[in-house]
Design a protein around this ligand. Structure first.
Ligand code: SME
Length: 157
């Protein structure tokens, strides 16, 4: 494994291809989930410089804050609450162009304007979510959805 991440300045798709290749190499052969989640958040933050990128993990029927990069965040989220809780409940990726318009959005940072939440699924069960926040409105689209779903799928080969 190289010690420094190589940052791409290409199109969003090229940036994802670049970072996904490096994430694969980083987590290959490492079976500690927290270590892998930590390196994924650091890689994504360095490549895309989003406001916040991190994981929440299901523990005793709640989402509990896991590895993240960015400002401090709320620690527990109930199923069906906020964007994260809805992604968990529906077991699907949710893209929010304007968090102010999402009913029940949980504002961990007043700087967050748009958000994408991708569920982590193992044997049909959601065991956590990847949450990404941007300071820009409508920062996320189908390219983010496709690529972030691919990245989290690397956790459950
Ligand atoms: N906005 C999220 C809460 C988590 S923070 O953004 C880090 C939500 O509505 O679920």
């Amino acid at each position: 494994m190289s010690e420094d991440l190589i940052i791409s300045t290409g199109s969003k798709e090229e940036q994802y291809q670049n970072i996904t290749r490096q994430i694969k190499a980083l987590i290959e052969g490492e079976n500690d989930v927290i270590a892998n989640l930590a390196n994924i958040t650091a890689s994504l933050k360095q490549q895309f410089n989003w406001l916040w990128v991190g994981f929440y993990l299901v523990k005793n029927e709640e989402l509990v804050l896991g590895p993240f990069q960015g400002p401090i965040a709320c620690t527990r989220i109930l199923k069906g609450r906020g964007v994260c809780g809805v992604a968990w409940l529906k077991s699907e990726t949710i893209i929010v162009d304007d968090v102010a318009l999402f009913p029940g959005h949980i504002a961990c940072s007043s700087l967050s304007k748009s958000e994408i939440v991708v569920p982590l699924i193992r044997e049909g069960e959601v065991f956590g979510v990847l949450d990404v926040d941007s300071e820009q409105l409508a920062a996320f689209d189908v390219i983010d959805k496709k690529n972030l779903e691919l990245i989290v799928s690397l956790l459950t080969p």
